[in-house]
Design a protein around this ligand. Structure first.
Ligand SMILES: [Zn+2]
Length: 216
């Protein structure tokens, strides 16, 4: 679909190794008091991140859009390793973009909603964040549970992106966004994240954002 472009797809943290162990920090999982998630009532962020990125990569395959995953199927690749891959491969292409998928957690389990992060200051990444915010917001109208997805408004200014010094945003030499797909430690948000149509909404939005950005 595009010549000389590459999309770096990143699923945050690690997942379940062949021995059935979660390969990433305990903070990247949450045991709910009810419901069924990845391991009984426990929600595993790293596993969910791969669920959405797998769906994104399937869609990119169909469209013939070149991508490279920064994450391993289950190992918790270091941030340095992921950034090094971006900066090495980006040199071989004219245009590239990093889309990092995560889900969020809060101190009280009360926080809910969707957020996008970019590095501080006004950069090309802000353009992507704005496109992506609009795509998620729009697709909420066409998916069964879309209306239940809360769009978290930002404290600072009219931008739809939060600014943070996340390593993957700061150290990559190309435009990058980090998406916090709802709060996995909130029962209602976690329940939404387990729904296939919600996963598809978020994946579809990423693909449309990638296409719109490369076309702009
Ligand atoms: Zn995360």
């Amino acid at each position: 679909m595009f010549s000389n472009t590459i999309v770096f797809i990143d699923a945050g943290h690690g997942a379940i190794n062949k021995a059935g162990q979660y390969t990433t920090a305990p903070s990247k999982m949450f045991r709910h008091s009810k419901g069924t998630f990845h391991q009984g009532s426990t929600f595993l962020e790293g596993v969910w991140n791969r669920t959405v990125t797998n769906q994104v990569m399937r869609k990119l395959d169909v469209l013939g859009i070149t991508y490279r995953a920064l994450h391993h199927e289950y190992l918790d690749n270091s941030l340095q390793q992921r950034v090094d891959a971006v900066n090495w491969y980006a040199k071989q292409f004219e245009r590239s973009i990093v889309v990092s998928s995560h889900a969020n957690a809060s101190a009280t389990q009360a926080a809910r909603g969707f957020e996008i992060y970019t590095s501080p200051g006004t950069t090309e990444s802000d353009k992507i964040a704005s496109i992506h915010w609009n795509n998620v917001n729009l697709l909420r109208n066409f998916y069964p549970l879309g209306a239940q997805i809360r769009m978290r408004n930002q404290a600072s200014g009219s931008d739809h992106d939060n600014e943070a010094n996340f390593y993957i945003l700061r150290k990559t030499n190309v435009p990058a966004i980090l998406i916090e797909h709802l709060f996995f430690d909130n029962f209602d948000d976690a329940t939404l994240l387990m729904d296939d149509s919600v996963v598809d909404l978020f994946a579809e939005a990423q693909v449309r954002t990638i296409i719109e950005y490369f076309n702009a």
